[in-house]
Design a protein around this ligand. Sequence first.
Ligand code: UD1
Ligand code: MG
Length: 456
Amino acid sequence: MTGDQTAVVILAAGLGTRMKSSLPKVMHPLAGRPMIKHLLAAVESLAPQQACVVIGAEMEAVARAVAPYPTVVQTERLGTGHAVLAAEPVLGGFAGDVLIVYGDTPLISLATMQRMLDVKRAEPRPAVVVLGFRPEDPGAYGRLVVDGSGQLQAIVEAKDASAEQLKIGLCNAGMMVVDGRHLFAFLHAIGNANAKGEYYLTDVVTLAQAQGLACRVAEGDERELIGVNSRADLARAEAFLQETLRQRAMNEGATLIDPATVYFSADTQLGRDVTVGPSVFFGPGVTVGDRVEIRAFCHIEGAVIEEGAIVGPFSRLRPGASVAKGAHVGNFVEIKNATVEEGAKVNHLTYIGDARVGAKANVGAGTITCNYDGFTKGFTDIGEGAFIGSNSSLVAPVKIGAGAIIGAGSVITREVETDALALTRGPHLQRKGWGKAFRTRKDEEKRKKQAEKGDR
Ligand code: UD1
Ligand code: MG
């Protein structure tokens, strides 16, 4: 049935002037992922028959981010109504329901989108359904004017609203479903005689009303409907999203000792019985296996941590870090593009970059893989069960054989064979009684000098 077909238009052409940024607004990240990607994930789960994204000129980065969704370009930014009109070449003949979402309202859930479509398809089969919400601070949001029978009569932008209208708590969240058979006729009829001199999408309500068509409101929750216009809004949206992600992690079986201090990325994956200590940051691309313990103050990004491993406190895992089953990575240890194999230990003050630390190897405190000579990166291969003495420098490319032992303080520049001992320290010198004799001599000199002074 055509009535049950859905098309989605995502508006993302705005400059985001209030962000004061050279990055298009919808590319600003929330939980490590551009806003627009959050929205697309929700749209994808709705599985509409058609979808297109309205972008501005010179927004190739946005077009790339939304691919394979088709984009249409709104060359002049004349308002949200004008923006939807740019989709006419794609959706002009579409007779189903057109869901319009704003790229700067990225946290909308599938359930809320679905609820709007349900209202659209229920009696009295309205021509327009607008998503409303009641934000703590209605501020600059458009106000929804609803009559006693639930009919939405108009959306009044804050800048155009009377003092009386500004008292309305029910606001426009920036999402709407419009009957495809009317949408473009409405859009062509919209004028720009308002405070901003823009073609407001919100005027479709008044136009539908004038034709005696029903308009309804579906309500949603502020947490998913915050519109991001400024950096302060961005921070509020981030806070809401982080709360959701923390709750999700706990629901799925992770213990967060102090949830409010743990920051997730949208794609962070945690196994069961994972424990996360206070003040841990997960950047994008992190997967954590079952029973992993992440102790306080870790920064983790682009890393895989397998079951039963212990990371932290104060560890930094950078992209390409892989910590295998039961391995330990301890305090002030940085791992980049390197694998710490099963049961290996890298516990203190160490940099492991472009390397493999073989299973059960033990890397002593202060070990550094010197992976960069200013021009190229070299690989360090540490064999299974090797023991690297504290404060050693492994100058890459270099290979330490399985079971080899490196004496503390060594600078290793050549391959070390399996089970060998390598050390590059200077020879150990010892002179019996030298310290005591030195002190006696110095004391004697001092006494003499003081005696000479007294004579003068
Ligand atoms: C809009 C609504 C307001 C609502 C609020 C919710 C209108 C007229 N006002 O206001 O009622 O409470 O969202 O967050 O719709 N865009 C374009 N082309 C344009 C202008 C905007 O693509 O010419 C896009 C922007 O990229 C953005 C979205 O449309 O994603 C909304 O535009 P914005 O300027 O942020 O509207 P608000 O002032 O927030
Ligand atoms: Mg906005």
